[in-house]
Design a protein around this ligand. Sequence first.
Ligand code: PLP
Length: 470
Amino acid sequence: MNRDELEPAIALVAERARAYLGSLDQAPLHVDGFEEAAWAFDGSLPEEGVGAAETLRRLVEEGFAASVASSGPRCFHFVTGGVTPAALGADWLASALDQNSFAWIESPLGAQLERTSLAWLRELFDLPADWGGVLTTGATMANFVALACARRWWAGRHGVDVDAQGLPGLPPVPVFASGYVHSTAVKALGMLGIGRESVRILTRDSVGRLDLEELERALEELDGAPALLLATAGEVNAGDFDPIPAMADLTERHGAWLHVDGAFGLFARVSPVAAHLSEGVERADSVIADGHKWLNVPYDCGFAFVKDASELMPVFNAAAAYLPGEDPDRPNFGFLGPESSRRARSFAVWATLQAYGRRGYRELVERNLRLAQRVAERVDEAPDLERLADVQLCIVTFRLRPPGVPDHELDALNARVGEAVLADGRVYVGTTRYGGRVAFRPAIVNWRTTEADVDLLVDVIRELGAAQAT
Ligand SMILES: Cc1ncc(COP(=O)(O)O)c(C=O)c1O
């Protein structure tokens, strides 16, 4: 390792990144043989290293060939954001400065930017200013943070400090959700020892909508015993929302904890056009969202907010003689979330909010909503496509249904075309099962995406669909 390597390393990476990002709007999602290019990185640990220049050259030449242009405008798979210029620059600086955002004393900048970012996010999402918060690696860990606080509250209602004493002796935790609950909220329940199977899914139809009456009955049966309600603001198949105000009413009436997973749906609150969808979130006990989805900051980034800010510290504190103590003016975010040493994700969050402001994000969300409506219109016009759900937000759920193809062959056809779209690489989109039917579910949250991009999405699915159907 020698210092002379540094300048050429930075120059090479900046130069190649510039070229890559410059071509992102036109580039296919991957080149032919991209998986083989990834496998080529298999191999044993080198005895002698080759140095920074050769290593980075390999990464940009062979590595780029193994990557997917997922931050580009035509990646509609999962819910994938892009990276704004301000966020990218700030994220690079987070590595260059290599700030440990664990404790104020190691990075006053990282800690203060996190505090400011969280305050700005609360403003952006119209959440009360006194809620506690912390940046996480994503929505999975944000769900974990929020549900850890819920677990603490629940055990406290049984007279137990669960973070000190653990779960032994406590009854099973009653957890209720609709079929919209995200698999990572369930995963968080598993990680917390509450158990993945503890959640009772109360649905009234095949797509998973909440059975509110059944929820009310279940809470009445508990007769005042504390419970956790998991609401989803923006579910992954069609972008729909649980009835959060009604769930908040039940929470208040029965003395429960209401958690809202708004990984991308919380961004409905950024625009008056969509804010009604996420009404009632401000009445929850905890709410989370992702940064690497609609905020368009690089992986990895999420946020957790809890109404009672004092819940975080007893769950995540890690006191030791050599570590700093509590000081409200000098926050130590490593004591408010699961990681101790941690990346300064706040650089990118702060920078993108500073650069584009509330208006920039409102315009981004509204542009993406219009694009989703455009996809829906194109689908509705096409004789070989069938839309399966209303477009609430940024996801359009539809399938190929070419005339003449019998119903029982449609799932197989759509699954085959789904594979073909991914292999083709002009656009990227996954399939799901919605109401029992295999369907496409493009999600539109990238700041780069244009009308031409979403038109190409529909055209490619129809073209490959026609090829597969014959
Ligand atoms: C509603 C919801 N919750 C949680 C997650 C998990 O997010 P992450 O992958 O950032 O952990 C997602 C991801 O798509 C999601 O849509």
